[in-house]
Design a protein around this ligand. Structure first.
Ligand SMILES: [Zn+2]
Length: 496
């Protein structure tokens, strides 16, 4: 048996975890913002070696005493321990993504295939690109993913849990009640998806569910027909104005780095790094415009304001660890402003805002149904002896949810580590319920009210000390219910 740790040992691990995460975030910020060519994770892992040893994880496990903070540190150490074994596979997979695939006469980097499909107007070309992607996944990626999953399953047992799923139950993830909510969500929105999904695809590309293939869905959801309504040069002004109405002066936030500079190797997708919470938060963006780019800027800005307002007096666990459905929920609250007809009308001279909002709701229905299926799949996947047996199950669960056939070659790649899918699902519910409350209390233009902003700032200051259920319960008296997402979607569809 492993003995529990003393207070001094716990404090030192907590400090070490704080620096470890800060260094990883700093490195990610520098690399992905294009300020540093290499991405050097190994020296950081070496500096904090003790944190990711099996003995540390087991000792932290033995020290969990019902309190949330030690359990969070234990989870962090277990994930670090598992991370030791998959580093090589992940590096190789990242390398394989940069290798090119031959499609016709063209050589295309594997990681560029998806964006190419989304932007391709010719259906036959889209199909060719997708089939090339599927073959390359099978040929170059799946052996790596398979090894990764097998190692994780083996090492999970050394952490003392019979399965990965069971390990996360012990971390306090309420996977089974959430799975039940997912099944109910899929059931209760089945007819809605069949009707609205079908109508939506027909109106966009003249094919209904049953005819639409995955390469068509990717193209339709890219929403290229709305590009002109979301210009690049209005993104930052709209964000500044929105935050300003909530009482947040973005330009005056000294703890926020707004990284807007264009550098050759800067990643095109917006991201936010909470390097020091709340003292040094970086928002990295290369504004390109279009609906996707706008929604990801507002999503990342939600993380940014949450972390920038987090109280400095909280513990490391409460600032950096805890329930990520909280920070994802704040991110989604701001992200979904960009599909809110009242906000679109206020911030942009937007053509047909109700129509766009309905399209956003349809896309949300697709994404949430997809995540329900994915999450149910992950729970099963992480409990079977032989993961290769799960290939047909992946195709079945995803097809049932979407009525568009996935590629079964994605059955090893389309998983979120650490059941992060469950945090997104809870965050969608948190957002729908909180938004409902804000609209009731402050009106449909709640986002323009200073007093709504005061409430948000107060809630942001709590970091992730309370979990998403506790914040919601405290503010609205409700528990997290995925059904609220369905109500929100129905409402937007009915208004169009
Ligand atoms: Zn996020």
């Amino acid at each position: 048996m492993t003995n529990p740790l003393g207070q001094r040992e716990l404090d030192s691990l907590r400090e070490d975890a704080d620096r470890f995460i800060a260094e990883l975030d700093e490195e990610a910020y520098l690399h992905f913002s294009g300020q540093k060519d290499t991405y050097d994770l190994v020296p950081i892992y070496e500096r904090h070696e003790a944190l990711t040893k099996l003995d540390t994880a087991l000792a932290l496990g033995a020290s969990v005493n019902g309190g949330r903070n030690v359990r969070e540190l234990w989870k962090f150490a277990c994930e670090g321990y598992l991370g030791n074994f998959v580093g090589e596979e992940e590096e190789k997979a990242a390398e394989a993504e940069t290798k090119t695939v031959k499609v016709g006469d063209e050589e295309i980097a594997y990681r560029d295939l998806r964006p190419r499909i989304m932007n391709e107007t010719d259906r036959a070309v889209r199909e060719r690109l997708e089939r090339a992607r599927n073959e390359a996944t099978e040929e170059h990626m799946n052996a790596l993913y398979l090894r990764k999953h097998e190692v994780v399953h083996r090492e999970t047992e050394r952490l003392g849990a019979p399965t990965y799923t069971e390990l996360y139950r012990r971390f306090g993830f309420e996977l089974d009640p959430l799975a039940e909510q997912c099944r109910e969500f899929l059931d209760s929105t089945e007819g809605l998806w069949q009707e609205k999904g079908d109508r939506f695809f027909r109106s966009r590309i003249g094919m209904g569910l049953g005819e639409v293939e995955r390469w068509d869905a990717a193209r339709v959801f890219r929403g290229a027909n709305w590009d002109a309504a979301f210009p690049a040069d209005r993104m930052m002004p709209a964000l500044e104005a929105s935050l300003g109405e909530l009482g947040v002066d973005l330009r005056a936030q000294r703890n926020v780095i707004l990284d807007l500079e264009d550098r050759p190797n800067k990643t095109p997708r917006a991201f936010c790094a909470g390097i020091e919470i709340p003292d040094r938060i970086a928002l990295v963006i290369k504004p390109q415009g279009g609906p996707d780019d706008w929604s990801s800027l507002f999503h990342e800005a939600g993380h940014m304001e949450h972390w920038a307002h987090t109280s400095p007096s909280l513990t490391v666990e409460e600032k950096r660890l805890g329930d990520n459905a909280v920070t994802e929920g704040w991110a989604m609250l701001l992200e979904h402003l960009t599909i809110d007809p009242a906000w679109l009308t206020r911030m942009l001279d937007f053509p047909r805002p109700q129509e766009y909002a309905a399209e956003g709701a349809t896309q949300l229905l697709w994404v949430v149904r997809r995540y329900c299926a994915k999450f149910l799949y992950e729970i099963e996947f992480h409990q079977v002896e032989d993961v290769t047996s799960m290939r047909p199950r992946y195709a079945e669960l995803l097809y049932d949810a979407l009525k568009v056939a996935p590629s079964d070659t994605d059955y090893l790649a389309d998983l979120d580590d650490g059941f992060y899918s469950s945090q997104y699902l809870r965050a969608w519910a948190f957002e729908a319920q909180l938004r409902g409350y804000l609209r009731e209390k402050f009106g449909t233009a709640w986002f323009s009210r200073r007093d709504a902003g005061s409430l948000l700032r107060e809630l942001w200051s709590e970091g992730q000390k309370p979990n998403a259920d506790e914040i919601l319960e405290d503010v609205t008296g409700q528990r997290i219910e995925l059904a609220a997402v369905a109500d929100r979607i129905r409402e937007a569809l009915a208004a169009a």
